[in-house]
Design a protein around this ligand. Structure first.
Ligand SMILES: Cc1ncc(COP(=O)(O)O)c(C=O)c1O
Length: 381
């Protein structure tokens, strides 16, 4: 079976983890600091702050920007639930705008329609590693004096107009979850050029301590630290990342070339100024007689892993439609009735997409099987 996820870890990572064990410095320390330095160089940011995962990165970023209960943050419903949950952790209100039907990213025009007096930020997600139209979103954020928080949890190695995703807005958040282009197992990071934000995040991630450490706490903070063990895997993966990104891109280009003329089938479109990071490749069926679940079944029958990812838009999740029944902040904040939210493009893409393996463990031979199988599936009447 060609797996949908297959982290490329081995001897190098084993050695690096063993070296941390030998050093007995298991907690977040020098190895994490080295990772931060090298990751800043990789993305072209002044500061990287590692965290326990991408969700905590988003949570801390939103809190550090001063977004408060009742503030509105415009985001996409076609993403992992953590994107909008992080807004809720701070008592703020996720407002969902629809996606572009071809790039699957926030449609800037739809974002503008959702701006109110309560809007404080836009939280775009570079979905599957495909950069959003950051020029349009940045212009909107500047015109309306809003923060731009990039959810770059899926977009390591993705660029818009020459800048790495996560470094274009006010703050960028990354995940190093096991499946990602750059995995720690569990881990995350915030990147920012703003020194004051950096200091606030360092304090928030470590129980409200100042850089002096110790048992003096200046604000209510969290434990959002990672460990040297995780960072050691990250450092090794960072060395391999350029090669792994090259393989992902090679595989994605094979799909684009071999399947361009296939009727009823489409791949995610990329903006002309963008370079996709190819975390995930998704196909889309535009045929009523060939639903995505059928395509997935046929792919699996040929030994090709596939699945649907965000088939339920975030606002349709029970956690959102029943939010007032159990959510603490709902006593103080009036949330929209999410059952009335409608983003037709997110709903349609949610139904019609399916994952195609292109990760760094997928060979050219595997790609030949994948493309010929997809042709067979879509050419069969
Ligand atoms: C778009 C997006 N946002 C946020 C997250 C949360 O990251 P993590 O799983 O590391 O907490 C993920 C990760 O899976 C993600 O894909």
């Amino acid at each position: 079976m060609i797996k949908v996820v297959d982290p490329q870890v081995g001897e190098e990572e084993k050695k690096a983890v063993c070296a941390v064990i030998d050093s007995k410095y298991l907690a977040e320390g020098p190895v994490a600091r080295e990772f931060e330095k090298q990751f800043s160089d990789f993305v072209g940011a002044k500061n990287t702050i590692v965290t326990s995962n991408g969700t905590t990165a988003l949570h801390l970023a939103i809190e550090a920007l001063g977004i408060k209960p009742g503030d509105e943050v415009i985001t996409t419903p076609f993403t992992f639930i953590a994107s909008s949950n992080s807004v809720l952790f701070n008592g703020a209100i996720p407002i969902f705008a629809d996606i572009d039907p071809e790039t699957y990213n926030l449609d800037p025009e739809k974002v503008e329609e959702k701006i109110t007096k309560k809007t404080k930020a836009i939280l775009p997600v570079h979905i599957f590693g495909n950069p959003c139209d950051m020029k349009a979103l940045k212009d909107i954020a500047e015109d309306h004096n809003l923060f731009l928080i990039e959810d770059s949890c899926q977009s390591h190695g993705a660029y818009f107009d020459g800048k790495h995703t996560g470094t274009i807005g006010d703050i960028g958040c990354f995940s190093f979850y096991a499946s990602k282009n750059l995995p720690f197992g569990e881990g995350g990071a915030i990147v920012t050029d703003n020194e004051e934000l950096k200091e606030t995040i360092l304090c928030l991630k470590n129980h409200g301590r100042t850089p002096k450490g110790g048992y003096y706490h200046v604000r209510i903070g969290y434990n959002s630290r990672t460990s040297n063990l995780h960072a050691a895997i990250g450092l090794e993966q960072l060395k391999k990342l350029p090669k792994m990104l090259e393989i992902r891109e090679r595989n994605a280009k094979i799909l684009q070339k071999e399947l361009a003329d296939l009727d009823g089938f489409a791949l995610q479109k990329v903006y002309p100024k963008a370079k996709h990071g190819w975390y995930i490749a998704v196909g889309r069926t535009d045929r009523d007689d060939l639903p995505a679940i059928k395509v997935i079944e046929l792919l699996k029958g040929k030994g090709i892993g596939s699945r649907q990812i965000y088939s339920i838009p975030s606002y349709e999740q029970p956690a959102y439609t029943e939010i007032n029944d159990y959510y603490y902040w709902a006593k103080f904040v009036t949330f929209p009735d999410y059952s009335k939210t409608s983003c037709p493009n997110a709903e349609r893409i949610g139904r019609n997409h399916f994952e195609i393996p292109i990760h760094a463990g997928v060979s050219e031979e595997d790609m030949a099987l994948i493309t010929s199988t997809l042709r067979e599936i879509f050419e069969r009447k």
